[in-house]
Design a protein around this ligand. Sequence first.
Ligand code: ADP
Ligand code: ZN
Length: 724
Amino acid sequence: MPTPANILKNTFGYDTFLPLQREVIENVLAGRDTLAIMPTGGGKSLCYQIPALLMDGLTLVVSPLIALMKDQVEQLRANGVPAVFLNSTLSPQAYQENMEWVREGSTKLLYVAPETLLTPRIFSLLSSLKLSLLTIDEAHCISEWGHDFRPEYRQLVSVRQRYPQAVCLALTATATPRVRGDIKNSLNFSQSNEFIASFNRENLFIEVVPKSDPTAQTTQFLKRFKDQSGIIYCFSRKQVDELSAYLATKGFSVRPYHAGLEDAERQANQEAFIRDDAQIIVATIAFGMGINKPNVRFVIHYDLPKSIENYYQEIGRAGRDGLPAHCLLLYSYSDVAKLNYFINQKEGEERRVASQHLDAIVRYAEDKTNCRRKPLLAYFGENHTPDNCNNCDNCTTDPPTLTDITIPAQKFLSCVLRTGERFGAAHVTHVLLGSKAEKVLSHGHEKLSTYGIGAELNQKQWMHLSRQLVQLGYLKQDVKFRTLSLTPSGVNALKKRSTILGQLQEAETPAARAKTRTTALEYNQALFDLLRQKRKELADESGVPPYVIFSDKTLVEMSAYYPQSPESLLNISGAGQIKLNKFGDAFLEIIRGFCRQHDLTEQKKDAPRPKTDSGGRTAVIGEAYNAGESIQSLMERYQVRKGTIIQHLERYLADGNSLHSSSALKSLTSTSPEEQQAAAQAFDELGTAFLRPVFDKLGGTINYDELKILRLLYLCAQNQPKNQ
Ligand code: ADP
Ligand code: ZN
């Protein structure tokens, strides 16, 4: 009897389970109803596909995403798993054939849409079979509290009643506690076996950049992702059409996608993207629900999304294969104004909620200090995330320097006061800039002492300043009318002329930083390109998307380890026995040829290579440092702060390398030789694993940042021959 781990390896070609996959699978096999909540890309499919192969009867998979079924079934068949689907897209003849397959018992998995399932035809088909596992995908659709309620889902409980012996597995990527309770109640779960995976998608690099020249910023970004797939989300259909047309003139392989296109065209564009015939899709939020493409390498938000939830769902479509992917949000306050305009057309509760959602995403976008993952994950109830993820803009760049903004802040606060605390930021700014706008003149605001005293900043800078004053608690903003008034601390600051620190936006916002992309594994790009071409050929021959043949991750590993025999190919992630039989030779031939031509040999794939890019980067940074590159230059090259470089160097040492102890390191610390001596003694005594005891021993006289530098110096010295 094979085990789940055997099937994982032999059928699907993977060595290890993703978080909670094993637990969910074992729970299902133990006959317990299970609710599993995992993020997009978390590997939900295997949670029922592996049990399906181990249970003796049929596994029924209910999903509302009709467009995905064909894809899922193709992927399963490519791995030699007998699966079919039944839904309204099939011709009567194909439908009949599939029914026949199921009736004969030649299939292990049957995918159906809920409305199809609830028909007498299917009930009669199922009555002749043993149903072992009932899987409800996108289970949040059962709840009216979810964002995508489907009434048919409510009737699924009748299916449970008909087949009481079948285990039920409910899966979803989004479920608040309320929705979770609802799912379990509606499905009559006897036990409350619930598995909730972390929503932290470690492989996504998350970045927010001020939107200054969005088309230029986008083209510049795209140039770094040559030949790679990505999605650009825009606010409106018009924007989608314009941007995709523009990018096409610049030579990018791009297609538009929105609800205003003819069905056929929209479908064709999506298909082209999935099949790697078009690289980039420019879309409204309508795009993405029905796609399963694992190798989306970037998601750009050209406009501000409406809420954190939308945003997280959309960036979640990147990097489902676990390889690094880049998420860029272009942020400008004028987008906020645009969204506000639409919110103001709503009423009552709906308007209040929409406005709260918008405020949350604005706070997120304007935060330049905290890790981006914190607010995102807090939204899903995960509050214990590390302070530094090393994979977002805020964690990899120095925090912005704060400047003294007392004078402009005074001007602004005082102008708010003088205009009677009855106006929004735009009007106050107009007054400061001495505008002759109708609204200014009609209120007689040109007579105020604050009229025209703010020429040192432009409109944008004033607006940015006003938002900071709200954030810092000097001003408050009326939720409904957006008017500004002073808080007690604002009144106080104005009276006492106390110093206010903040950021002054530069007059010209810098264009997106060019950051080099790194992957989990160093691999041979030329070979990868050849393998990808082959994959595309094979995919087109059999009329399936390329990732049904092999994922990017599989090709990346092939181009890193150069497997030359079927046995070593089996060691590659994602290469199971059936795929090997079908496609192995075609790929091996290319790899062997390439290796011969370039004099390369097979690399052993044993010890798991570093999972994130930081492992590879540690070595690169350590070597560059040893080759004489300065810390300053490393900071600039990788756009990271000093602390991060020091961390890498420490890790480099810990990996068994040595570092040239030199004046470069010594110059990093501002401590005196005596202090360094005392710290070294403390490390001698207390070890280097924890800084807290050392800090305490030194009476708190040396701060942690300094201690980290001194620890590195200490470790370096330990590693040196004594006479150096
Ligand atoms: P979800 O439905 O949760 O979004 P999928 O089931 O589509 O996720 O899986 C996402 C990707 O991860 C797929 O490409 C899948 O083949 C891959 N995957 C799933 N399980 C594993 C595993 N144990 N090891 C490596 N890759 C996996
Ligand atoms: Zn971070």
